[in-house]
Design a protein around this ligand. Structure first.
Ligand SMILES: [Zn+2]
Length: 217
């Protein structure tokens, strides 16, 4: 499937060693890539020509530890915890990408906090903040990057998590957080890295003509 703006080496293969994926971030434009050559400083950023500083990686340590924990619970067959934590992870990584989009539009940390704290509901973040910042519906952007089913399957995991947490007496007890839903949550977790890195590179990483690294300066 065609992936607009995708640059070779942007993604790793999905992890099989129980370790979360790791991406390197360009300190100048925010471009993310799995390329070890960029991470080690051997290759320049394909967007702005800057070099990695060896410090910035995605996801941050916080999310990396959460991911490790989720994989640990998955190996132990703890489906309920896997779904609940994976949903937490997905919401955190969405917040991260929205924060980056705000930042690239010049919003300082106070503005970013006001915007994100003012809209904590995940549905509104996807349905309102994302399209306002990107000019595109989340579903359409995901589809264009090759993740057509991601938004719908994410919604299913979210609903399963919510009905488990808020066990409604009107709906009856729900035993939806089974091994099947845990497997779906794990697939979304692995896809989320690739999708959100692609969204970052499409909507955040920009060649800045004023940059000393840019050839167009
Ligand atoms: Zn760059």
């Amino acid at each position: 499937m065609k992936k607009p703006g995708e640059i070779k080496g942007t993604h790793q293969q999905p992890p099989h060693d129980g370790q979360p994926p790791r991406y390197f971030e360009c300190p100048n434009c925010g471009f993310l890539t799995a390329s070890e050559r960029f991470g080690s400083g051997a290759a320049e950023c394909p967007i702005c020509k800057a070099h990695a500083d060896g410090r910035r990686t995605f996801p941050n340590e916080h999310l990396r530890r959460l991911d490790e924990r989720i994989r640990h619970y998955e190996a132990a067959g703890e489906s309920e915890i896997v779904v609940i934590l994976a949903e937490t992870f997905l919401e955190a990584i969405l917040e991260d990408i929205l924060d980056r989009m705000l930042s690239t539009r010049g919003a300082d940390v106070v503005v970013r906090e006001v915007v994100l704290d003012g809209q904590r509901a995940i549905g509104a973040r996807i349905g309102r903040i994302f399209p306002q910042l990107s000019g595109e519906e989340f579903e359409r952007a995901a589809s264009e990057l090759g993740y057509h089913e991601f938004p719908r399957r994410w919604r299913e995991v979210r609903q399963a998590r919510n009905s488990f947490i808020h066990d409604s007496p009107f709906k009856g007890s729900r035993d939806t957080l089974d091994a099947k839903m845990a497997a779906q949550a794990m697939e979304l977790l692995d896809q989320a890295y690739r999708l959100f890195v692609s969204l970052n590179n499409r909507f955040v990483a920009k060649s800045d003509p004023a940059s000393p690294f840019s050839e167009r300066a």
